[in-house]
Design a binder for this molecule. Structure first.
Ligand code: FAD
Ligand code: SIN
Length: 525
């Protein structure tokens, strides 16, 4: 059994921010299910939104966030995050993130839904620079132990104690060590979930392989409420390429003048859909791309920035330029074939402004949460920001309430006396494929009640199969993820079925109108 003061599950922007804040006084252990840089943070391209341009105001950023979120956002959360953004950027710059500058000022780029230039960035690979800076600081801190290759399975609740307790307090987590194949017990006074999103519930996603919603599923099993899971964000411009399946083309390409055209007609269609054209919020652009593709039977639409000077394009998007040149596409001379793909999980574990979940001792930050920031559709580049502000908020609350957090009791070790090694790995691979396929086809950008019900029937069947499998066989990383995918897909479908309107990212042909009152979906375990 390994014991820390605070256990953090996830080594992305949210987890490492919390770790660095707490490590001045506490012993911290950070688990990651693969390597430390495997989360979405390292993949972020565009940047981080903050009010830094002269003439811009917090009120503008708040308003843009609420407009993108279709009014479902919690205004207090939006204000909290946006007002703390400039300070979060300063902290990152002090940690050594080499943000692009213009003279002595930040170089700010523009993205859809933002009324001002507001995005600080490191070329077109901001996330990688942020992840490296956070990791370097964490590795240098003697109070932080980083534990890669440790797949969290389930939170340790009161009932796992030697003496039965019903408090529901979380004391840590059971996790599978990928190296040894053994399940280990990690305990702490406080646990922070920072496990990222659930993009891999969908066939096409820009998210990394590990985005299987583990934290959301673990919190649900630990009796925490889960909210707004129907609001899955689809990014309008994922590269269409038969070999490279999930390479994002940053929204900043449109921010810097890129236009969307129909490859069949050459027509620039976004002005037909929205007066903001290519800079409309993401849900609108993704639906427009989807509509063009479906109407004309296309494989993709075109994103074109080749009308800008070649030097400008290469200077602003060096990584995209290099990647695509390697695939035979010169973006300074020709358009990029793109399709919409799942990109961000707006819903998640309900948290308050201190990052507290429903379970005592359990906090959460980042993409795993529903904090009230994003509402029905996340505004571009607001999510890394949420990780920094809420990572910090969890740390501050734990620090301030340390004496009220009881030390963990003795915990029963993981029991595998009644399971054997799997003899049918093919079942896992098949279930993975099925879920991702029907989620894409039946719970995608445009929905109907009938399609959602079809998805529900399939998930009910798969749940029985996966539960049966889980109860008979020793856990493996794939089985742990599959069990979570089933849970999360179920939460998404149930949430989508319960919303009888179209709002933000949830668009259904059966309820095309938006209700007057904006109400969160809250699933209670
Ligand atoms: P992540 O960075 O995803 O980290 C999750 C961590 O949890 C990982 O360390 C993982 O190993 C660990 N973990 C997960 N499950 C387990 C488990 N069972 N056991 C142990 N550990 C586990 N947002 C912006 O604001 N600006 C952008 O420009 C931007 N660009 C993006 C580009 C792409 C391609 C993608 C996919 C996303 C982008 N986003 C962007 C969104 C943003 O990157 C993410 O929302 C954010 O990085 C999430 O950070 P996080 O700390 O919550 O989780
Ligand atoms: C992008 O660079 O387009 C992604 C930005 C984001 O997801 O916020």
């Amino acid at each position: 059994m390994m014991e820390a003061d605070v256990l953090i599950i996830g080594s992305g922007a949210a987890g490492l921010t919390a770790a660095l804040q707490l490590a001045t006084t506490k012993k911290i252990m950070v688990l990651a299910k693969g390597s430390l840089s495997d989360g979405a943070t390292a993949w972020a391209q565009g940047g981080i939104a903050a009010v830094l341009e002269p003439g811009d105001k917090f009120e503008n950023h708040i308003e843009d966030t609420m407009v993108a979120g279709a009014g479902l956002n919690n205004r207090a959360t939006v204000e909290f995050v946006i007002e703390n953004a400039p300070e979060a950027i300063e902290r990152l710059a002090k940690l050594g993130v080499p943000f692009n500058l213009e003279g002595n000022d930040w170089h700010l780029t523009r993205e859809g839904g933002h009324s001002h230039r507001r995005i600080v960035h490191v070329d077109d690979a901001t996330g990688w620079a942020v992840q490296q800076a956070l990791e370097a600081a964490a590795k240098a801190n003697p109070n932080i132990i980083l534990v890669p290759d440790m797949v969290a399975i389930d939170l340790i609740m009161g009932r796992h104690q030697e003496r039965f307790s019903t408090s529901g307090r979380i004391h840590g987590v059971y996790a599978l060590n990928r190296q040894t194949g053994k399940v280990e017990t990690f305990t702490a006074r406080a646990t922070i979930l920072a496990t990222g999103g659930a993009g891999r519930t969908y066939l096409y996603s820009t998210a990394p392989r590990g985005a299987t919603g583990d934290g959301i599923a673990m919190a649900w099993r630990a009796r925490c409420r889960i909210s707004n899971m129907e609001f899955m964000q689809f990014h309008p411009t994922c590269l269409y390429n038969l070999e490279v399946k999930n390479f994002l083309i940053t929204e900043a390409v449109r921010g810097e003048g890129g236009i969307l055209t129909n490859p069949k007609t050459g027509h620039r269609y976004m002005p037909d859909y929205d007066p903001r054209a290519e800079l409309a919020p993401r849900d609108i652009v993704a639906r427009a791309n989807d509509a063009e593709i479906k109407r004309d039977g296309l494989d993709y639409v075109h994103l074109d920035i080749s009308h800008k000077p070649a030097e400008f394009v290469k200077e602003h998007f060096p990584n995209i330029y290099e990647k695509l040149i390697g695939l035979g596409i010169d973006i300074t001379k020709e358009p990029i074939p793109v399709v919409p793909a799942q990109h961000y999980t707006c819903g998640g574990v309900l948290v308050d402004l201190d990052g507290r979940t429903d379970a005592p001792g359990l906090y959460a930050a980042g993409e795993v949460t529903q904090s009230g920031l994003h509402g029905a559709n996340r505004l571009a580049s607001n999510s890394l920001l949420e990780c920094f502000v809420f990572g910090d908020a969890c740390a501050a609350h734990i620090e301030a309430n340390w004496d009220r957090l009881p030390p963990p009791p003795a915990i029963r070790p993981w029991d595998e006396s009644r399971v054997t090694d799997s003899d049918e790995e093919v079942v896992i691979a098949q279930c993975w494929r099925e879920i991702r396929q029907f989620m894409w086809n039946f719970v995608g950008i445009v929905r109907t009640t009938k399609r959602l019900e079809r998805a529900q029937h399939r998930i009910d069947l798969l749940r029985r199969e996966v539960e049966d499998y889980y109860s008979h066989f020793r856990v493996t990383p794939d089985l742990i993820e599959l069990r979570n995918l089933v849970e999360v897909a179920d939460l998404i479908i149930r949430s989508a079925l319960s919303r009888h309107e179209s709002r933000g990212l949830h668009f259904t042909l059966d309820y095309p109108e938006t209700n007057e009152e904006a109400v969160d979906t809250v699933l209670v375990p």
